[in-house]
Design a protein around this ligand. Structure first.
Ligand SMILES: Cc1cc2nc3c(=O)[nH]c(=O)nc-3n(C[C@H](O)[C@H](O)[C@H](O)COP(=O)(O)O)c2cc1C
Length: 711
């Protein structure tokens, strides 16, 4: 074990800095990598690792660490840190000095639209402090809801002097590596460069049909003498090497019924500490539309056969979820390749992606192509997210590949602090990478540069909506087909342009024919969102509007099976109460026949519904339906230790339900103070909102308030 420093961490100067990340969709990974790279340029002896590689880099011996961690699910850590949390818990259990040799800084990424803002960073900080580690620089918490950059950029600026106090830094040209480079200052921001940018999309070529115009108002550039405060340009790391088409290691063509990345065998072969999580091929058995043709959203129910997936059998329960590896839209990828001037022949020839030099790292999602070549078409189709929200760093990097000053300056402006309003509007328009390149027609980045700037294409997760039985060998899941329009003010300001947008996975799933095989993987159920096992008699309250009802269909199926096999009468079983909501009873009351049947049989003890567009005077949303039963709900939760499950959209419903529950607790506390240890307000004698939220937090830690929320 290395020597410990004093608690300020100032008397011991480390020879190495370890940059660590945990990332679900790539933001934390790329921010952490850029920091590591800049640290190396600044003369620090730096290294960079994902948290789950803790054994490889010897986390227990690390003395100076800079963490960048995001939060996913309902305040959960990213999947690529699951192993790390286990060792951290083990190492710190009851030991207040386990990490007394560690000095650290944490940058958390989160989104304030979720109720557990930056929970991973908060938890990590707490556990490290409890284990005796010292923070050498205050924690930064960046909000993706309003834009990560604001906090990230200033946090990084402040990191360097703080880091220099605890780690050795060889003399070097720090100015060159600093945040906004001097080269970013635009020489002449003239009126000619400002104005309204409209990509007209009038051509009929295949690439044009795959892209949508963007309308951005650059008039704010007119008053600028210079563009400043742009992010640092991420270094180019990737080199593309052509490989002979007949090379042995190119993937064989896929069978017709197989829709998955050509390198799927390598994914399924990876060493998994929990083998039930290994990806496998499932077969699409059926697709049924759950909503009526008149419904505003199309909701589909898909059944996947798990036949042959022996490693999964017996390992899953109702309430679990799984990942689907879906590709980008093929038309979009073809359009992108065409826009990048890659011929069809080149697009399908195998290439290897290699590091430009030994000291740098490829992004995780591209690293496999160093040793296992694949075609550019497949890499873009399966590995890179070409629909992800644009990042400022990407825009900054693209500016360097523009032949025309107007495109270069507009991209610089978008990436700068001055251009934040236009950047926000760009994000609102949710452009694909192809839309972006068409909006800046002289921008021609080399393909490998674009690949490394794009975030990884993450698998999409869905709740399983059935329960295992002795004979079932399938997963069912329900989803809304994500297709929508964004209204943008047209160039003459009097007309609105509708921009068509589509999700990655659901439109693809909808098009898949039966018998097609796709790549899926069971997910770790970190929040233990499951029915209680065995003799647990606690009542169960389920809140699941729209497709949020999916896991509860599995719960009810499980209850029905249990009642039938154990010969238990429904009255003797613990209460199950479902709160369901949707727009219209007639058009989108999902699983209504099954739910009503379970209710008539007593499997479902109570059902409370609300239909937001049926103006019948009833409750509009689930939180309103819950408030109507406030006393009963509070009684179940406070006197009978009921379990409360919430599933659905995190940003709207998840937050609103949490808020409504806190309000109910406050009101109920004034009627029944005996259930609460402390009542903050002496005059009103009731819980304060903060205290009520703390009660909910405690229930969540005790796994009595369980949430399966998605973006
Ligand atoms: C499905 C999903 C769930 C999320 N849950 C939370 C959450 O509970 N709390 C939070 O602060 N942020 C949450 N976020 C926001 C992410 O932390 C944020 O977008 C971050 O930039 C993602 O970084 P990454 O790409 O490194 O994973 C969630 C995002 C998604 C897509």
């Amino acid at each position: 074990m290395p020597n410990a420093s004093d608690s300020s961490g100032a008397d011991f100067v480390d020879s190495q800095v370890t940059f660590l990340y945990a990332s679900q969709t790539g933001n934390a990974e790329s921010i952490s990598y850029n920091m590591y790279e800049e640290a190396a340029k600044r003369g620090f002896n730096a290294r960079w690792h994902v948290l789950d590689d803790h054994e490889k880099f010897g986390f227990n011996e690390v003395q100076t660490a800079v963490f960048v961690v995001s939060t996913t699910g309902d305040g959960d850590p990213p999947d690529n840190s699951a192993r790390f949390w286990r060792i951290l818990r083990k190492a710190t259990r009851g030991k207040s000095t386990a990490y007394s040799h560690l000095r650290y800084a944490i940058l958390g990424l989160g989104d304030t639209n979720y109720s557990n803002f930056c929970n991973t960073a908060q938890r990590l900080d707490k556990q490290l402090l409890e284990a005796g580690a010292t923070a050498f620089y205050p924690k930064g918490l960046a909000d993706d809801g309003t834009g990560l950059e604001e906090v990230v950029e200033s946090w990084i600026e402040g990191l360097w002097p703080a880091l220099a106090r605890v780690a050795q830094c060889a003399p070097c040209e720090v100015a060159e590596a600093s945040g906004s480079s001097k080269a970013d200052v635009v020489s002449a921001v003239s009126a000619g460069l400002a104005g309204l940018a409209l990509d007209s999309n009038t051509s009929t070529s295949s690439s044009s049909s795959a892209h949508q115009p963007l309308v951005l108002d650059f008039r704010a550039m007119e008053s600028l003498k210079a563009i400043t405060g742009t992010p640092r340009v991420p270094s180019a790391v990737c080199e593309m090497v052509s490989v002979d088409g007949s090379a042995e290691n190119t993937a064989p063509p896929l069978a017709k019924d197989l829709t998955c990345p050509p390198w799927y065998a390598a994914l399924t072969d990876d060493s998994w500490d929990d083998t039930s999580l290994a990806p496998f091929l499932a077969t699409l058995q059926s697709t049924t539309q759950l909503t009526s043709p008149e419904a505003l959203k199309r909701t589909l129910l898909v059944e996947l056969s798990l036949s042959g997936a022996d490693h999964v059998r017996g390992s899953w329960q109702a309430g679990d979820s799984f990942n689907i590896y879906a590709p980008n839209d093929e038309v979009l990828v073809r359009g992108l390749l065409e826009r990048l001037a890659v011929s069809a022949g080149e697009a399908h020839r195998p290439v290897a992606l290699q590091k430009r030099d030994a000291a740098i790292e490829l992004p995780t999602h591209l690293a496999r192509f160093a040793s296992a070549p694949a075609s550019l078409f497949d890499i873009l189709l399966w590995a890179c997210d070409v629909c992800a929200a644009p990042r400022k760093q990407t825009l900054r990097a693209l500016a360097d590949h523009c032949a025309e000053v107007i495109d270069r300056d507009r991209l610089l402006f978008l990436s700068s602090r001055q251009g934040v309003a236009v950047f926000d509007e760009l994000r609102r328009q949710a452009p694909t990478t192809l839309d972006l390149l068409h909006a800046f027609p002289s921008c021609h980045p080399p393909v490998e540069r674009l690949l490394e700037l794009l975030p990884p294409l993450a698998p999409r997760s869905y709740s399983i909506c059935n329960a295992p039985t002795a004979t079932t060998d399938s997963w069912r899941f329900a989803f809304n087909v994500v297709e929508y329009c964004i209204q943008v003010e047209g160039p003459d300001a009097s007309s609105m342009l509708p921009l068509r947008r589509r999700g990655v996975c659901t439109p693809w799933l909808e098009r898949l024919p039966c018998a097609q095989r796709i790549l899926v993987a069971k997910r770790r159920n970190v929040s233990e969102f499951r029915m209680p096992a065995g003799p647990d008699q606690r009542p169960i309250i389920m809140v699941g509007p729209g497709t949020g009802v999916a896991p509860f269909i599995g719960f009810l199926e499980q209850r029905a099976q249990h009642l039938a096999t154990a010969g238990v009468s429904p009255e003797a079983a613990p209460l199950m109460w479902l709160f369901f909501g949707c727009r219209s009873r007639q058009h989108d009351f999902l699983f209504s026949t099954q739910i009503e049947q379970w209710q008539s049989e007593g499997v479902l003890s109570r059902l409370s519904t609300c239909f937001s567009r049926d103006s019948l005077g009833g409750p509009k949303y689930v939180q309103h339906a819950m408030a109507q039963h406030e006393d009963e709900l509070m009684d179940l939760l406070l006197t009978q230790n009921a379990l409360l499950f919430v599933c659905g959209d995190a940003k709207g419903m998840g937050k609103d339900v949490n808020d409504a529950l806190a309000d109910m607790l406050c009101r109920y506390s004034s009627k029944h103070p005996e259930y609460f240890d402390v009542l903050a307000d002496v005059d009103t004698k009731q819980l304060s909102k903060v205290q009520a939220l703390q009660v909910l937090m405690r229930w969540s830690t005790e796994r009595r308030y369980l949430r399966d929320l998605w973006a």
